[in-house]
Design a protein around this ligand. Structure first.
Ligand SMILES: C[S@@+](CC[C@H](N)C(=O)[O-])C[C@H]1O[C@@H](n2cnc3c(N)ncnc32)[C@H](O)[C@@H]1O
Length: 301
């Protein structure tokens, strides 16, 4: 297997990512490898990836399904004429999708390579006038200079897992999202039974328990950086009293872990029932807490 996401696990097998760029190979706990190399910032790590992110992650079968699921929600939350803020925009998939529907997006990311790719994609999709880009690192959230009010904000695919404290981001969102505005956050959660099962049967107890430990050191294309797994309660707490939860879904509740992800994605007879099960259960307890990711919506009050 090849690609920037290929990683050698401690038990020696290689794999490529396709489902969650974090939870599969990149975010596999590689602490012992990291000890011999400096742990850097997540933005530096993503800078090395840039446009390859789409080839090796965005356009894979189940990643497309994941994103379609999130688009169901973004399409409900935001409407033509709205101005919204995106945190950790990556290559701009969501920003371009919303802009095509008449939503203006300030797409921000800590990686210049990702910002450049978002700008390029927005222009080539003919929506460059509705997608502004801005380099903004989560680690500097207390100092972000944002102009005006937004009708809402969102962050998808675990971008916010690249920071370990969300209070400064919460303060910025409280100050810049209008009352009644919504935020939607796709976050890698701490409870993922499939992953625990998979690593446990491979006797890889370190990776089986990595999320439960709250954080790990991830590995992306030779760069190491910390990744955090906040509970829903922790996110709500850090975002502050200015927001009330309006919806919670599990994402990836019935989808298998990385080793089985590609084969499942390629077998529609197997993928379809799993996806149907996912749709039926994801909004309900306990499933809304149990996915690879969770999708949390909050309203500015
Ligand atoms: C897994 S990607 C998700 C990208 C995009 N939201 C998507 O749905 O494909 C995580 C993104 O978070 C960005 N990121 C990582 N660390 C960051 C930081 N400290 N500040 C701002 N953005 C960061 C990365 O550059 C990357 O674009």
């Amino acid at each position: 297997m090849s690609g920037y996401c290929a990683i050698t696990f401690q038990n020696g097998y290689n794999q490529t990512t396709s489902r969650s760029i974090f939870t599969e190979s990149i975010m596999t706990d590689s602490h012992s490898e990291a000890q011999s190399e400096a742990v850097g910032t997540s933005a530096e790590a993503f800078n090395k990836i840039g446009a390859r992110y789409d080839v090796e992650f965005t356009n894979t079968e189940l990643s497309l399904w994941f994103r379609a699921r999130v688009w169901e929600r973004l399409g409900t939350l935001f409407h033509a004429g709205d101005r919204v803020l995106e945190l950790g925009c990556g290559t701009g998939e969501d920003a371009v999708w919303l802009a095509k529907r008449g939503v203006s997006v300030l797409a921000t990311d800590g990686s210049q390579a990702m910002i450049d790719e978002t700008r390029r994609k927005a222009q080539s999709a003919g929506v460059g006038d509705r997608v502004d880009v801005k380099l903004m690192d989560f680690a500097e959230a207390a100092h972000w200079q944002l102009e005006g009010q937004f009708d809402g904000a969102y962050s998808n695919y675990g971008a916010l897992n690249c920071v370990g404290d969300w209070t400064a981001i919460g303060t910025q969102l409280t100050n810049h999202v209008r009352v009644g505005g919504k935020i939607g956050l796709g976050i890698i959660g701490p409870w993922c039974p499939w992953e625990v099962f998979w690593f446990t049967i491979h006797a890889d107890f370190k990776n089986a328990s990595r999320r439960l430990r709250g954080s790990t050191i991830a590995h992306l294309d030779g760069k190491y950086f910390p990744v955090y797994y906040p509970t829903v309660g922790r996110m709500q707490h850090d975002l502050g009293q200015g927001f009330h939860r309006s919806l919670l879904w599990g994402l990836g509740v019935f989808l298998p872990p990385s080793d089985l992800y590609k084969p499942v994605g390629e077998r529609q007879w197997l993928a379809r029932p799993l996806l149907t099960l996912e749709k039926l259960t994801a909004p309900y307890w306990p499933f809304k807490y149990l996915g690879d990711h969770y999708w949390l919506e909050m309203e500015r009050v």
